[in-house]
Write a protein that binds this ligand. Sequence first.
Ligand SMILES: Cc1cc2nc3c(=O)[nH]c(=O)nc-3n(C[C@H](O)[C@H](O)[C@H](O)COP(=O)(O)O)c2cc1C
Length: 236
Amino acid sequence: MTDAGSTEVFVAPEPAEALARLGMPMEEAMRTQRAVRKLHLTPVSHDVLLPLLELSLKAPSSSNSQDWSYLVVEDPGQKAKLAKLWRRLYKVVNPIAVRQAKGDPKELRGMAPGQWQAEHFEELPVFVIPCYKRNLKHRPTGRPQISVASFYGSVFPPVQNLLLGCRAVGLGASLQTLPIWWVPSVRKILGLPRSVNPVCIIPIGWAKGNYGPTTRRPIGEVVHLDRYGNQPFLET
Ligand SMILES: Cc1cc2nc3c(=O)[nH]c(=O)nc-3n(C[C@H](O)[C@H](O)[C@H](O)COP(=O)(O)O)c2cc1C
């Protein structure tokens, strides 16, 4: 398959060839998985996407409730509605981000893939929107003293599995929350019942942007031994 309506020549790998890449060493996948926002506009075959979704759901969920659903959006009309919703917010937040960059070329370069994606949102091949069902044990809201981690914590493990799977096969993907900022509209577009909560959106396509290595804080800065503040692994 090639990108429709584009002068670029990109040929997506055959599904079997792409899935064979899942043998990538785990360390390499974990070190290089990153938010890849520049994507080829070529469709992503269900023969690649569905095995990745299935593998991603090997993740844990609270009490093994598995109350998840994946909304896979490919229909141009549906994608256009999601793009319209995202642009309502993007129009406001992008100029703020540009102002905050104060002309710094590195900052502005870093923003370019996100801007490209916002401008091409409805053309992106596929969106996966992980949702989780509210149930008696696991609610997205509660008293502030009581952790709600079991609710969102049942969504993000499969999401990370999916991101790693995409990385291995050569797909670009990123976890995003801003495009689905106005939940009532997302419910309406996707026909979600009130009990089903959209948690994030993952635009997916064959990667055009680069993978990692990513830059992250050093481990010694993050690890506290026995009590917060005791950081014996800090580099001196
Ligand atoms: C909870 C969460 C929400 C995020 N929301 C967005 C988003 O709305 N838009 C976006 O472009 N990226 C979003 N990201 C992606 C982060 O910006 C990205 O993972 C981070 O900057 C690290 O980038 P890297 O993995 O390319 O190094 C989100 C990530 C997380 C974990």
